[in-house]
Design a protein around this ligand. Structure first.
Ligand SMILES: Nc1ncnc2c1ncn2[C@@H]1O[C@H](COP(=O)(O)OP(=O)(O)OP(=O)(O)O)[C@@H](O)[C@H]1O
Ligand SMILES: [Mg+2]
Length: 300
């Protein structure tokens, strides 16, 4: 399937924390693109730099190197008009549905507010109808929920409100950082299906951030594997999962160690794992193409 031109792209973006003599690369040379109607999954263990990438996209951090491109144009600091368009086009759904809603305000308030700010031409009645439509879109009953407060809702319902709030400004890109990891297992699939519906019905470009490969596979066409701030392997979901080439990806995909193995074997394997992790954390500037849409950064 041919892809439409990317809406948003990161071009060799780096973000460095820590002191100059001991820099921590939370993002190192990170490049990827988001396309309309497609989901890209960013998969990596805790501390690999996933939220840092999300914050760079949300402009909470400015890159220390590299740039963001919005519809092909570099997103500079100066042009406030382009930045305003960017801010409403790119919306975020957070991990924690409990802290992302204000306990003092009703559900109606949470959805009416972005409409007031971003769609100023709407009348009061039109906004009310729009709030109803948003709730229906995320499969919640407007009559039942509009006047309620966040604490009266379940985690799954709250996450649906977060998604509705993101949709209120007609975004083109949604960044979802572990949107189901704090939810009850029984409601996770519903949220993932909702994200899939949004992608298909609204042609949204989605960045789905997770440590969980199974959910990544469920929602995304493309995957990138993140480790120590670098994307070590990326491409078509089935190509990467079916034929992982980077030692770290293989490690991430490998099964839980067999408890019946001899201790010496297990010890040797732990040493190998340690070596892979250490080497995968080194800068890996080279890019090698494996298949049409399958790439790795080989270990040095
Ligand atoms: N504001 C900050 N100041 C200093 N170091 C930071 C900051 N934010 C993140 N880091 C460090 O950058 C690295 C990447 O962190 P990040 O939060 O992006 O990882 P993550 O993949 O989102 O992890 P998790 O799965 O636990 O959410 C970590 O080593 C982290 O300690
Ligand atoms: Mg995170």
């Amino acid at each position: 399937m041919t892809k439409a031109a990317p809406i948003l792209a990161l071009d060799k973006v780096s973000k460095i924390f820590g002191r100059a003599d001991n820099p921590l690369y939370a993002a190192r040379d990170v490049s990827f693109a988001l396309h309309p109607g497609r989901t890209l999954a960013m998969v990596g263990e805790s501390g690999s730099g996933k939220t840092t990438a999300a914050r760079l996209i949300m402009r909470e951090y400015t890159p220390d190197a590299g740039q963001l491109l919005f519809r092909g144009a570099p997103l500079g600091k100066a042009d406030s008009k382009a930045l305003k368009a960017y801010r409403s086009s790119v919306q975020m759904v957070f991990q924690d549905p409990f802290s992302s809603l204000n306990p003092a305000h009703t559900i109606h308030y949470h959805l009416d507010r972005p409409l007031r700010l971003h769609q100023r031409k709407l009348s009061h009645a039109q906004r009310h109808a729009a709030v109803e439509e948003l709730l229906t879109r995320v499969k919640l009953d407007p009559a039942q929920l509009m006047g309620k407060f966040p604490h009266e809702l379940s985690g799954g319902q709250r996450q649906r409100i977060s998604i509705a709030r993101a949709l209120a400004v007609n975004p083109q890109v949604i960044v979802a950082d572990e949107p189901t990891s704090m939810l009850d297992v029984s409601v996770r699939l519903g949220i993932l299906n909702l994200l899939n519906d949004m992608k298909r019905q609204l042609g949204l470009a989605l960045l789905y951030i997770t440590h969980d490969i199974a959910t990544a596979r469920y929602v995304a066409e493309d995957i990138m594997v993140m480790y120590a701030g670098q994307i070590v392997e990326w491409g078509d979901m089935e190509a990467v999962l079916g034929d992982p080439q980077h030692p770290y990806t293989r490690l991430l995909l490998s099964a839980v160690p067999d408890p019946d193995r001899r201790f010496s074997e297990a010890g040797e394997e732990l040493n190998q794992i340690e070596t892979i992790r250490r080497q995968s954390a080194l800068p890996q500037p080279e890019i090698r193409q494996i298949a049409e849409n399958h790439f790795i950064r080989p270990m040095p």
